[in-house]
Design a protein around this ligand. Structure first.
Ligand SMILES: C[S@@+](CC[C@H](N)C(=O)[O-])C[C@H]1O[C@@H](n2cnc3c(N)ncnc32)[C@H](O)[C@@H]1O
Length: 259
């Protein structure tokens, strides 16, 4: 099979086939979270690192004003084309989630599948949280989902799944290559095996994610007091089942409220 080394985010169509199918549990959870934790109606939502807009387009369909930013121009273009195709304004912007301003402010923001861990340093992460806080109205929430690095135990470190849209089908594999706890870096490998009637090829990529133990994440939050942690959940996305964070926790969704 032909092998192409590339950035998976430069292929939004393939990313969206693989991740776009998985929107419903997150979407239902976000609506439930807004309902439970925001003390006013949520009409405007913002997604930092919005990628292909798989969740933004659904929230726009539910009547919300949506906006997002992403560092990757191809993702932004894809997201805006999708919004326009569904009759909404092209409100995704090219931008860095650790350096942006948003007006009007949003009632809620969200970032669900580890995108936050792309921020390479503590300073970038802190800047990001400050930008999000400044982008939210008072009482608005930021729903932030990520994998923590549990203390001491080996991680479950490989995932494989496939998805199909029309004549395009993709088999994906994602695995942890190494974790450097001292430098706070996890190197993750990806392959997308892409099958179309005319062509088959493998796209390969490796990305760095910053690591956080529960304690490291708590210390980061303490530096941004504008955002108050109000509840935590896990990737089961069950609004009726908050999950306590311990040193062994792996997947977590923080609900942070703007003071
Ligand atoms: C795992 S994807 C998630 C996309 C989308 N949030 C979703 O749930 O499908 C991560 C996205 O983060 C974007 N990204 C990485 N670093 C970024 C930064 N500093 N600012 C904005 N976007 C960034 C990438 O371009 C990519 O589209």
């Amino acid at each position: 099979m032909e092998v192409i080394e590339g950035n998976i985010y430069d292929y939004p169509k393939y990313y969206d086939v693989l991740f776009g199918a998985d929107w419903k549990a997150e979407y239902d959870f976000l609506l439930a979270c807004f309902d439970k934790h925001v003390r006013r109606p949520v009409r405007r939502v913002f997604e930092p690192a919005c990628g292909t807009g798989r969740l933004l387009v659904k929230l726009a369909g539910a009547g919300m004003e949506v906006a997002g930013n992403d560092l990757n121009p191809k993702a932004v273009e894809y997201c805006n084309a999708r919004l326009v195709r569904h009759g909404f304004a092209p409100t995704a912007r090219l931008g860095d989630m650790s350096d942006f301003k948003l007006r009007p402010k949003a009632h809620a923001a969200f970032n669900t599948i580890n995108s936050f861990r792309h921020l390479p340093s503590e300073q970038a992460a802190e800047n990001h949280l400050r930008c999000v806080a400044a982008a939210l109205v008072q009482g608005g929430v930021y729903v932030l989902g990520l994998h923590l690095t549990p203390a001491g135990t080996p991680l479950c470190d490989e995932e494989s799944w496939s998805a199909r849209r029309g004549h395009l089908s993709i088999l994906s594999r994602m695995w942890s290559i190494r974790i450097d706890r001292r430098r706070r870096k996890e190197r993750v490998g990806f392959t997308f095996d892409v099958y179309t009637p005319l062509r088959q090829f493998r796209l390969t990529d490796e990305l760095d994610f910053r690591t956080y133990t529960a304690a490291q994440f708590r210390r980061l939050l303490a530096r941004v007091p504008e955002l108050e942690p109000v509840e935590t959940y896990d990737f089961a996305y069950d609004i009726d089942e908050p999950a306590r964070v311990t040193s062994q926790t792996e997947d977590v969704v923080f609900v942070l409220r703007k003071r």
